[in-house]
Write a protein that binds this ligand. Structure first.
Ligand SMILES: Cc1cc2nc3c(=O)[nH]c(=O)nc-3n(C[C@H](O)[C@H](O)[C@H](O)COP(=O)(O)O)c2cc1C
Length: 207
């Protein structure tokens, strides 16, 4: 098993914002994290639509495609199948203590808020909650319905952090990548991963 503090679970779901998920994966790997990656079926559709990246169906083939796309170390990335119940992320005895759902759809938000655990992604989030680990939900929808808001409140009360994919503009973004990096920087800050993606307020803003 890798060092516990250098393992993390990342889930991509079918909300708009695939570039956030990809960039976050890239940064976690660059920071020497071992990443367990969970990808919902809808996330694959969004990834192809928004980024033109068509991942093959099986976890091993999807991993190979991502390793090629990112040029990363294959040993640092594990893509888990949605019913791979023997994955470490399925059990509190082995799961990383940190998990990020980015982007997070309203559907997965609801499933996690109600503990459905109907696939490995939902189970992994349930495990992090029960083990009192750190769960970040990067929710993307607009507007929010009352149900979305109730589900976010429920998860927040259980200790999860709700981080709406809502980039700021005070760092004077010039490109879409700047906006993506704004969100990813805030996520990395919450995870305690050192990053210098975006100037910090009051220290090194651009003039
Ligand atoms: C291109 C595309 C964009 C979508 N954007 C969103 C979104 O921003 N937020 C959301 O909650 N659902 C969005 N959806 C719908 C979800 O993908 C859908 O509800 C799906 O069932 C979610 O499943 P999952 O949570 O298992 O990924 C989008 C779907 C597609 C194909």
């Amino acid at each position: 098993m890798n060092s516990p503090d250098k393992r993390i679970t990342l889930a991509w779901t079918g909300a708009s914002g695939a570039p956030y998920g990809l960039r976050l994966l890239e940064c976690l790997l660059a920071a020497d994290y071992h990443v367990y990656l969970l990808i919902s079926s809808a996330a694959r559709v969004v990834l192809a639509t928004e980024h033109g990246l068509k991942l093959p169906a099986g976890p091993d083939a999807a991993k190979a495609a991502l390793v090629t796309h990112l040029g990363c170390d294959p040993d640092s990335l594990e893509v888990c199948g949605k019913e791979d119940w023997f994955s470490p992320v399925a059990s509190g005895s082995a799961a990383p203590k940190q998990m990020v759902v980015c982007p997070c759809s309203a559907g997965t938000l609801a499933s996690v808020a109600h503990g459905l655990s109907d696939n490995l992604l939902e189970r992994a989030a349930d495990v992090v909650l029960k083990e009192r680990g750190q769960l970040l939900m990067v929710v993307r929808e607009t507007p929010f319905s009352t149900l979305h808001l109730e589900n976010m409140l429920k998860l927040s009360q259980m200790g999860a952090t709700i981080m709406p994919a809502a980039p700021g503009f005070y760092h004077q973004p010039e490109t879409i990548e700047d906006l993506v990096d704004f969100m990813v920087a805030r996520i990395l800050d919450h995870l305690g991963v050192e990053q210098g993606l975006v100037p910090r307020w009051g220290y090194d803003q651009r003039k």
